[in-house]
Design a protein around this ligand. Structure first.
Ligand code: SAH
Ligand code: DHB
Ligand code: MG
Length: 225
């Protein structure tokens, strides 16, 4: 009956849920509009997913959050809003424009003192963090170039500790996980990371499929063992 335009209906329901339940604040709405004005791609997490990230940060009691892939800081702001006053969030971004827009959005949200944006290729930043001997992260959100997902998952373990929570976005990719030819750039990394999640003795995890304004996708939630 509704199969003609499922994404339109998924998006309408998401809007309803966002207005009634999620209720993003002005700073989160600003992050969306400034990104659009700057011509950035609208690939931030959906509002209900952002709220889930905040709740997971709070429920896990995380004090130190690592994010890989900042964009305009939408997910950054959600997670930082879940941090205690002495919390820290470090986020990795390799496009200067994105990092600049995100900095302004995070500052406008009153969260600038909690958030460090590290400019550069994430794999180099992660190596640098290890070299610096940073304190382990309690919560890691992986949401950058999907080809590197297995490496990012490995870094989440190495920079985490037993009990660290890991969320990895975009792990269904419109079903391309069953048909990698749909996206030869991104699908292989997504699939390899899922096999790693299932097989690596350092991880225990699951995947939730999602629909909404971002189409058909999903996120993985894992615990470092
Ligand atoms: N987490 C954001 C969305 C991130 S989109 C949110 O939900 O609001 C992915 C971001 O990762 C983009 O800004 C892109 O520029 C950045 N990115 C892609 N490859 C990267 C890399 N190798 N290192 C660092 N950042 C990267
Ligand atoms: C893309 C990246 C994302 O992180 C996302 O959630 C959706 C799309 C992309 O690169 O197209
Ligand atoms: Mg994503």
């Amino acid at each position: 009956m509704f199969e003609h335009q499922p994404t339109a209906r998924w998006t309408a329901v998401e809007g309803f849920l966002s207005d009634v339940v999620v209720r993003p604040d002005h700073s989160l709405k600003r992050a969306i509009t400034t990104a659009l004005e700057a011509g950035m791609p609208p690939i931030e997490v959906a509002p209900n997913a952002g709220k889930l990230l905040k709740l997971l940060v709070q429920l896990s009691g995380a004090r130190r959050v690592l994010e890989i892939g900042t964009l305009a800081g939408f997910s950054t702001i959600w997670m930082a809003q879940g941090l205690p006053a002495d919390g820290r969030l470090l986020t990795c971004e390799y496009l200067a424009k994105h990092a600049d827009v995100a900095r302004a959005n995070v500052d406008a949200a009153g969260l600038g003192h909690l958030v460090e944006i590290r400019f550069g290729a994430a794999l180099e930043t992660l190596q640098a963090l290890a070299d610096e001997g940073v304190e382990p992260f309690d919560f890691v959100f992986i949401d950058a170039d999907k080809a590197n997902n297995p490496q990012y998952l490995d870094w989440a373990i190495r920079l985490g500790r037993p009990g660290t929570a890991v969320v990895m976005d975009n792990v269904v990719w419109e079903g391309a996980v069953l048909d990698p030819a749909m996206d030869a750039v991104n699908a292989p990394g997504i699939i390899s990371a899922l096999h790693m999640l299932g097989e690596d003795p350092r991880l225990d995890g699951t995947v939730i499929q999602t629909v909404g304004s971002k189409g058909w996708d999903g996120f993985a939630l894992a615990r470092v063992l």
